[in-house]
Design a protein around this ligand. Structure first.
Ligand code: NAD
Length: 500
């Protein structure tokens, strides 16, 4: 059985300090590998190697760093097919979607290739008489990234290119459910010429996470995962004096107004609810629909849901693969059952879905639940599966009220042909990322990504300009050069040209 290893100081390390865990192919239900579970000692080895590498890496010229980032970008492009197959095998998502996540990660690498511009600093000439002030941003040291199962390539690439470009060393703790992509990325970084120790991977579970949170030499923690763990990471790492950005779970609403192009809205909702089997933090899991068009929308949505091709991610024509584990399938099916029990109408039922040839796979079919109310479990809980709730509302005001009362605030979308309604919506809604006729508004890499409320703990959004700020700290230099012929007299008061 293959052992998926750590990557420390530029080499594979097969330490199983905390044992091993099975890694599945979710389409077949078979165990395909074991992942090494690291211990606190493995974390210490990775952080120590990062700290040693940081000394040199943070002094490498911007030009040299840029060339390594460009080389990494090129390698990612060249290895996209291989990496996508690896992601699909362990995660279950369809190949085209795996390529899509690599593409979105690649965009962050391309943003980080502009590091020389991003780190230019600011200069105020003659801020006071004979005095100049300038500021630079310096890297902070060894930073950790703890990532979820649903984007094994993209989320590590939301963090590591920006952290590395700005001069830090990075320790990645990927999800133990699909851990191979992390080591694949480590090898590409090495091939690109990144010095050993700048990018490390420690596989594992809570043991590794806790060791990172408590390690004195970890300066900052970036986390992406579920809300309870995000809260825990934020509280624990903040108490250790570390910088933290902890992105949590979501319940994303797509509002469909009566003036929307209904066919377009249905097609966007279908892809955004069932793509990646609904295992996206930006999945649209709730359609908030104006009463007058709700019956028509539900009928079209049901038809579209039934037309989704569900099979193994590497099969031709696949729209949607399995969910990640048998436990996830059971949990999702339990929530569908609860919806029916709590008074919602099950229009399309994905429970018990089987795929010929893949009877052992963890499949749940696309599911449409109508007449959902906000007190039902299927609404209150992040399902993280291919389930869309339909909540009927009287109009825009009620739609905004529903969304703003929800504890999550990751993404949302509105489907309308009215610019006025869209503007009203985007101004009043308490959500971090808003789409107008765009179902999954994940910002491009030169903006930053982040939700509000229970979807993010910490001040900083991830990647883009906020990522650069998160991984650097400001140093401000105030400078004068004494005049040789006119020595200055001592000044015992605070000086300011403004009051002279
Ligand atoms: P998760 O919270 O279970 O795991 C995330 C990471 O935390 C993993 O590396 C895991 O090993 C670690 N972890 C799990 N339990 C832990 C514990 N008790 N103590 C310390 N560490 C622990 O999340 P997941 O199931 O891998 O991913 C799905 C979740 O991630 C969903 O809630 C989804 O919305 C969220 N997510 C959010 C975003 C975002 O940008 N906001 C993006 C992707 C995923």
């Amino acid at each position: 059985m293959t052992l998926i290893t750590h990557w420390i100081a530029g080499a594979a390390v097969d330490s199983t300090g905390a044992g091993t865990q099975d890694v599945y192919n979710p389409a077949t239900g078979e165990v395909i590998a074991q992942v090494a579970l690291g211990s606190a000692a493995d974390v210490d080895a990775a952080v120590t190697s990062g700290l040693a590498a940081f000394e040199g890496w943070s002094q490498v010229s911007l030009a040299k760093r840029t060339s390594i980032l460009f080389a990494f970008r090129q390698l990612l492009v060249e290895h996209t097919d291989e990496l996508a197959a690896l992601v699909s095998r362990e995660h279950g998502k369809v190949i085209s979607d795996a390529k899509g996540e690599i593409g979105r990660g690649l965009e962050v690498v391309e943003f980080a290739c502009g590091l020389a511009s991003l780190l230019k600093g600011e200069y105020s000439d003659q801020a006071a008489t004979g005095l100049d002030v300038y500021s630079v941003r310096e890297p902070i040291g060894v930073v950790a990234g703890i990532t979820p199962f649903n984007f094994p390539t993209m989320v590590p690439l939301w963090m590591s290119p920006v952290a590395i470009a700005t001069g830090n060393a990075f320790v990645l703790k990927p999800s133990e459910r699909d851990p191979s992509a992390a080591v694949f990325l480590a090898r590409l970084w090495q091939q690109a010429g990144l010095p050993d120790g700048v990018f490390n991977v420690v596989q594992g579970d809570k043991t590794v996470v806790d060791a990172l949170l408590l390690h004195d030499d970890v300066a900052a923690v970036s986390f992406v995962g579920s809300t309870p763990i995000a809260k825990y990471i934020h509280t624990t790492a903040s108490a250790q004096g570390k910088r933290v950005q902890a992105l949590g779970g979501a319940k994303n609403h797509g509002v469909v107004l009566a003036d929307a192009d209904l066919d377009d809205a249905v097609s966007q909702l279908t892809a955004a609810a069932f793509g990646a089997a609904g295992e996206r933090c930006m999945a649209l899991s709730v359609a908030v629909v104006e009463d007058s068009i709700a019956d028509a929308l539900v009928a079209k949505l049901a038809e579209a849901a039934r037309a989704v091709t569900v099979t193994a991610g590497d099969q031709p024509g696949a729209d949607m693969g399995p969910v990640i584990t048998a436990a996830a399938k059971e949990r999702i099916e339990g929530l569908i059952t609860s919806a029916e029990e709590q008074g919602a109408t099950l229009v399309v039922d994905g429970r018990g879905h089987t795929v010929p040839g893949y009877e052992g796979g963890f499949f749940v079919g696309p599911t449409v639940v109508d007449h959902v109310t906000t007190d039902q479990d299927v609404y209150r809980i992040e399902v993280f599966g291919p389930v869309i709730d339909v909540v009927r509302v009287s109009g825009l005001d009620e739609a905004i009220d529903v969304i703003n009362a929800n504890p999550y605030g990751n993404g949302t979308a509105i489907f309308t042909s009215s610019g006025e309604a869209a503007r009203e919506f985007r101004r009043r809604v308490k959500v971090g990322m808003v789409g107008v006729n765009v179902p999954i508004p994940v910002p491009v890499a030169w903006h930053s990504f982040g939700g509000w409320k229970d979807s993010l703990f910490g001040e900083s959004h991830i990647y883009g300009p906020e990522g650069v700020r998160f991984y650097t700290r400001a140093k401000v230099i105030t400078q004068r050069w004494p005049h040789r012929e006119k020595p200055s007299a001592p000044s015992f008061h605070f000086t300011s040209d403004a009051t002279k």
